[in-house]
Structure formats: C-alpha cells, structure tokens
Design a protein around this ligand. Structure first.
Ligand SMILES: NC(=O)C1=CN([C@@H]2O[C@H](COP(=O)(O)OP(=O)(O)OC[C@H]3O[C@@H](n4cnc5c(N)ncnc54)[C@H](OP(=O)(O)O)[C@@H]3O)[C@@H](O)[C@H]2O)C=CC1
Ligand SMILES: O=C1O[C@H](COP(=O)(O)O)[C@@H](O)[C@H](O)[C@H]1O
Length: 487
C-alpha cells in the first residue's frame, strides 16, 4: 500500500466525457453501497465556470441519466452530492490554479488522490503546478488516464514531468480494463485453479486469439480518435494488458510489484514486428459506410468530416519469445463498427496426437477455452463427446461445451463498473491494478516499431464496410498460418 486512505479525491476534467460516462456513475455506485470512506470529499475541476451548486446539479442530472432506473436512489444521490465541491481552473492560468490550490489545501485532511481525466498533454503541467504549490508531496497520489502520450518519446516526456513531482509508487496509470470483473477473473482462473497451469504453455496450446470488437464508431470523440487510432486507443493498452494477464508467469504474490514484474516480462519478450514483418504480421483497416445490427451507418471519413489515414481496426500476429510460449501465435484484433460487441480470449489447444477415430471418418476438433469478457461473462471449454446412439461404424462424436454463465452463477452479485474497483484501490493506495511506467514504455516501444514499419512501407489502412470483421487481408493474414478467426 502507498500512503493512507485518502480523504480528498480531486478530479481534473470533471466536466468531460469520461467523467460523465464512467467516473461519476462509479462514485455513485460506491456511495450507494456505503463503500466510500466516511470523510471523503470530492473536488471537481475544469475550465467551465460552474459554482459548487452548478456542479452538483450537473452531477445529479448525469446520474439520473446514466444509472439504471432500478439502481437510482435519492438518498444516495443526495449523500454523494454533499461530498462534492467544484473549483473552475484552467491549467495554463496561474490565478485560477492558485484558487484551486487553495481549495485543495482547505479540503485536505489527510491523503489526496488527483485524478487527471484530461488530455494527456496536461498531465505534466498539472503535476508541475501542484508541485510548485506544495501539493505533490508525501500523502498524495496521481491517477493518469490512457493513452500516456502517442509514442515512446512523448510518453517518456509525460512520465518524466509527472515523476518530477510524484514518485513512481504514487503514480497510478489507469487502464480501465484492469478494473473489469472478467479481467480480474483471468487472474483468479489462472492462479486459483491447479487444473490449467500444466496445460498453459506451448506444449499444449496451439494458438491464442484476443479480440476486442466494438459496434460503436467514434461517438463524438473524432478529434481525439483521429490523432490516436485503434492501435494507440486500444491495442497499446487494453489488448496488451489482456495479453500480459493471459501469458504471464505466476506471480509470487498478488501485490503491485509481483504482478507488474510478470506483466513487464511478457511485454519485453514480445518479438519485434518491424519494417520487414509489418506486411505479413499486421493489418490496419478503416471502416466505410455499412450496417451494424441492421442499421445503416456512415463511414469513418463521414463521421470525421475530413480525409484521414487513421486506422479504426488493427490485427496482428504476435509472438512471445520465451520458454512458455515459443512458437505460439497470439492473434490480436480490435476495431470499431464490427458486427457485434465482443471482448474475448480464445485459447486453442493442440490436436490429439493420434486420432483413433480417423478410420471411421470422424473429425476430432481440438479442445478450446473461450473466456468471454463482454458483453456477458462466460467461460467455455469445448470438448469432443460421444453422440448418444448405436452407430454401426464405431462412435459418432460431437463438439460440445462446458459452459459457465458467470452472470447467472453470480446473479446475486452486482456487476461493478471498472472505476468502482479502481477508485477504491486508488483511495486505499493499492497499485496492483494500475500500470507501471516501465510497462507502458515497453508497450510503446513495441507499438512504435509497427508504426515505423507502416510508415516505411507507405501503406494506408484497408477499407472494410461497417458491420464486418475488418478487411479481408486480416482473414488472409491468419489463414496463411493455418488458423482462422473465431467468429
Ligand atoms: N472518454 C472515454 O471514453 C475515455 C477517455 N479516456 C481518457 O480520459 C481522458 C479524458 O477524456 P475525455 O473525458 O473523453 O475528454 P473530454 O475532452 O471530454 O474532457 C476533457 C476535460 O478536460 C477539461 N479541460 C480541457 N482543457 C482544459 C484546460 N486547459 N484546463 C483545465 N481543464 C481543461 C474539460 O473541461 P472544460 O472544457 O470545462 O475545461 C473536460 O472536463 C483522456 O486522457 C482520454 O484519453 C480513457 C478511456 C476512455
Ligand atoms: O479506452 C477506451 O475504451 C473504450 C471501450 O471500452 P469498453 O469498456 O466499452 O470496452 C473505447 O470505446 C474507447 O475508444 C477507448 O478510448
């Protein structure tokens, strides 16, 4: 643990999209279940000229709008609003930052968590401003949203600026996927069961696929997204974190150092996809007009309103060069405007070494494990099973699934928003589910090589109609290696 439980949470960017959609509803969820520390105050800040009452009114409206009807409770909303204050401040305006510093000093009565939910270019200036005003010392922690920069160099510059004020163990880099129940369950599944570990390696696993497919487009965030793209927005962080949790060695403890050391080893074992490999090992795509769920949607360029070569889809064939995973391809893909929302990890085991059913023409499919994280949580293990009956020519086999419906199994438990877990941990000072500097920089280093390769080849994203699984070259890429995407 770093420090003591915080009694002040200061949210920079408190009027922004993330705050409205995720942060404030999560704080409400914690309030409703009595999980916020009794004395916690929450100070919102942004440039918008609101007074405390104006901010509270906007938060009340957000919660009414965002929280499901059955979960909205007037007393809890009122209790949450009572914790809230607001101070308008622009990062580059001395006077308003002084006023904010006064408000923080006044509200502070112990540890402070600063959540920087702004564009990343403000992270270092905000930390510097806090440091100059004596608000960055012991007992303070800072949460940074992803992506940290747009490449290795810019991420180093941001991390340098932040750590000049906050020591690394007081920097909590958010990857909201780590706050998801299903993602944390990956750790439980792998290390809370003895069953899987002996099979979890190249000897038994043929291929792994990690898919994060979204049906949405850029949703009014085109300005940000166009400077980012699928690789920086999703792959550099969320998909690589899923890859790390799937592939890492067992940590000795469930604590920040042990878990993050193991994730880092995976990132550092990723084989470089450089100029010579990008053509065969990666595909970038951009959606054109099409239909998702039967509804016609415009293409990316129409969503954006101008020309662009930003990728809205990326697929890669990655390798982890270590003993456990030598020779096992990890296929990663993510995209917007896919046919359905789906986040899943698929592990295909090796085929039986010899089929005793071959002479009767029975095909024995390899076993597979599917860990579905979104939109529902499910774990399936596919097996070959005898089809009941009295077949003359031997046995008939069918592929069936042991199918755990996690939502049904734990129907009595409320599914938490990612930021509920992450806020509680940050308030407590537990960094296990946050990303360390060396992880984010190792991820950028790997991703930068791919960008370099794309740039050197002069290739541009391949078009794919909205509502499809990406460009046909993504299918060709995996099929060249004798595999196919799970759909
Ligand atoms: N939205 C999302 O789904 C996700 C976002 N993120 C990350 O979260 C962060 C915030 O994203 P998002 O909420 O979408 O961004 P928005 O653009 O919606 O919000 C930005 C916030 O910063 C404030 N702001 C802008 N300029 C200044 C300034 N000069 N001084 C002080 N405050 C300023 C804005 O308020 P005002 O205009 O009033 O100043 C607003 O509250 C980003 O780093 C993003 O990458 C990460 C995951 C998902
Ligand atoms: O970080 C981001 O994640 C969302 C997808 O998150 P999910 O929890 O809905 O899976 C994505 O839409 C957004 O572009 C990205 O910035």
């Amino acid at each position: 643990m770093t420090g003591n439980p915080a009694n002040l949470l200061t949210i920079f960017g408190a009027t922004g999209d993330l705050a409205q959609r995720m942060l404030l509803p999560s704080l409400y969820g914690l309030q409703r279940d009595g999980l916020l520390p009794k004395d916690l105050r929450i100070l919102g800040t942004a440039r918008s000229e609101l007074d405390a009452q104006g901010f509270r009114d906007s938060v009340a409206a957000t919660i009414e709008q965002r929280v499901a009807a059955g979960e909205s409770d007037e007393a809890s909303i009122r209790d949450l609003l009572e914790r809230l204050d607001y101070c308008a401040a622009a990062v580059d305006d001395e006077a308003s930052m002084n006023a904010l510093a006064d408000a923080i000093a006044k509200a502070r009565n112990g540890d402070v968590v600063y959540h920087l939910s702004t564009a990343p270019r403000f992270y270092a200036p905000i930390c510097e401003a806090l440091g100059q005003r004596g608000l960055g010392g012991a007992g303070t922690r800072v949460l940074l949203e992803k992506p940290i920069g747009h490449d290795l160099a810019s991420s180093i510059a941001i991390n340098d600026g932040v750590t000049r004020v906050f020591d690394e163990d007081r920097v909590f880099r958010v990857d909201h996927y780590l706050g998801k129940e299903g993602v944390q369950n990956l750790i439980s599944l792998r290390f809370g069961n003895a069953l899987f570990e002996p099979l979890w390696n190249a000897r038994h696993i043929e291929q792994v696929q990690i898919t994060v497919a979204e049906t949405v487009g850029v949703e009014g965030r085109g300005g940000y997204y166009d400077s980012s793209g699928a690789m920086r927005d999703m792959l550099q962080n969320h998909l690589l974190q899923l890859l790390c949790l799937t592939a890492m060695e067992p940590p000795a403890h469930f604590d920040p150092s042990a878990v993050r050391n193991e994730k880092l080893k995976v990132l550092r074992s990723l084989r470089l996809i450089g100029r010579n490999e990008v053509g065969s090992e990666s595909v970038a795509g951009q959606y054109t007009a099409g239909a998702v769920d039967g509804v016609a949607v415009p293409g990316y360029l129409s969503d954006l309103g101008h020309a662009s070569h930003t990728e809205t889809f990326v697929a890669l064939r990655a390798h982890i060069d270590n003993w456990r995973w030598s020779g096992v391809p990890f296929y990663l893909r993510t995209g917007k405007r896919m046919p359905r929302r789906c986040t899943e990890i698929y592990l295909q085991f090796r085929a039986v070494p010899h089929s005793i059913f071959a002479t009767s023409g029975v095909r024995v499919e390899p076993n597979a494990m599917v860990i579905l994280l979104q939109p529902e949580e499910r774990i399936q293990l596919t097996l070959m099973h005898k089809t009941p009956g009295l077949d003359r020519n031997g046995l008939r086999l069918a592929q069936v699934a042991l199918d755990l419906d996690v939502d049904e199994q734990f129907a009595a438990h409320r599914r938490r928003l990612s930021y509920e877990r992450l806020y509680l941990d940050a308030i407590e000072g537990n960094g296990t589910l946050f990303v360390r500097r060396d992880e984010t920089e190792a991820a950028w280093q790997w991703v930068d090589a791919i960008f370099d390769g794309w740039k050197a080849s002069g290739s541009t994203p391949k078009p794919y109609p909205a509502g499809t699984w990406g460009p046909s070259s993504a299918v060709a890429m995996i099929e060249r290696h004798g595999h196919s995407w799970r759909e």
